[in-house]
Design a protein around this ligand. Structure first.
Ligand SMILES: Nc1ncnc2c1ncn2[C@@H]1O[C@H](COP(=O)(O)OP(=O)(O)OP(=O)(O)O)[C@@H](O)[C@H]1O
Ligand SMILES: [Mg+2]
Length: 267
């Protein structure tokens, strides 16, 4: 494998606890190089899943965090000026297409639509990436696949993927795992006991019920892992939960009281 791409190989097996049939379905999708969309709330395991799948399939993984200032050139590439004149530099999407990586566009909906459309020719039968400024048409490597993440519910009418983009992807739904599985994940990732991990998950479940009733988003698995890792370091559980589960997600005094009450029920 060439050095450009070698650095993107996932060398150590990431810990991923299978939740349903997502691993098998993704493998089937990869086998036909279907572009995939991972849908689900923040901190529920999408990134960990794609890292695990890249490792399992033995393919390099190139991740791009999308934002609204991103231009097509940031994905595709640009000419750079240096002492010896101008030279072309491939963007992450071009590197992935050329060398056969999985290209993971995180939060793709944040990118402007004129940026997002550059992925279209790669996501239909042509599998090509035109580098217009350079005058080159890159034929995607047989191993190349494009994967995007998408948080349903965070979109406004102004900010959503076009149907012509959505309809180029297969999709997998992610959510916070069932109680026992999430407990296992929190215990594994932080080293807290199953008993403490279970309490953290129960607090999160209470908070998730408040979503739409004063909370924009419930407590994610990621936040539980923050809490657990502080507890493992010897921080008193109540203090750890306030710092990682309550304060970050709301400034509303009543909502903080409600969350504090949930914490106090378990610790
Ligand atoms: N099924 C799982 N197996 C193992 N770890 C998990 C799983 N689900 C969640 N996690 C843990 O939760 C953390 C947060 O998950 P991750 O970073 O994958 O979230 P995400 O869905 O990509 O969030 P965002 O949309 O904010 O990027 C991971 O670092 C991992 O420790
Ligand atoms: Mg992520």
């Amino acid at each position: 494998m060439s050095p450009e791409i070698d650095q993107y190989l996932v060398r150590n097996m990431p810990y991923y606890r299978t939740v349903a049939d997502e691993v098998d379905l993704y493998e089937a999708a990869y086998s036909v190089r279907m572009p995939m969309m991972l849908k689900g709330p923040t901190g529920c395991g999408k990134t960990r899943f794609i890292e695990y799948m890249a490792w399992k399939l033995g393919k390099p993984l190139i991740t791009v965090a999308c934002n609204e200032d991103m231009t097509a050139s940031d994905l595709v590439g640009r000419f750079l000026l240096d002492a010896s004149g101008t030279r072309w530099q491939d963007g992450p999407l071009a590197i992935a297409a050329r060398f056969g990586a999985i290209c993971y566009l995180d939060e793709v909906v944040e990118a402007r639509q004129d940026t997002t459309v550059v992925i279209h020719p790669l996501t239909d039968a042509r599998r090509v990436l035109p580098l217009e400024k350079k005058g080159e048409l890159v034929q995607a490597h047989p191993d190349f696949q494009i994967v995007i993440s998408y948080n349903p519910g965070y979109q406004s009418l102004m900010k959503d993927l076009k149907q012509s983009t959505k309809q180029r992807f297969g999709a997998l739904d992610f959510n916070y795992p069932a109680h026992d599985i999430e407990t296992e994940i929190v215990a594994h990732e932080t080293g807290v006991s199953v008993e403490i991990a279970g309490k953290l998950v129960s607090i999160a479940e209470r908070a998730r019920n408040l979503k739409g009733h004063g909370l924009d988003e419930g407590i994610s698995t990621r936040m539980l892992i923050y809490a657990g890792s502080l507890i493992t370091k010897g921080v008193e559980p109540l203090a750890a939960c306030h710092m990682t589960l309550v304060r970050p997600i709301t400034d509303d005094p009543d909502m903080r009281d409600a969350l504090d009450a949930a914490v106090s029920t378990f610790f």
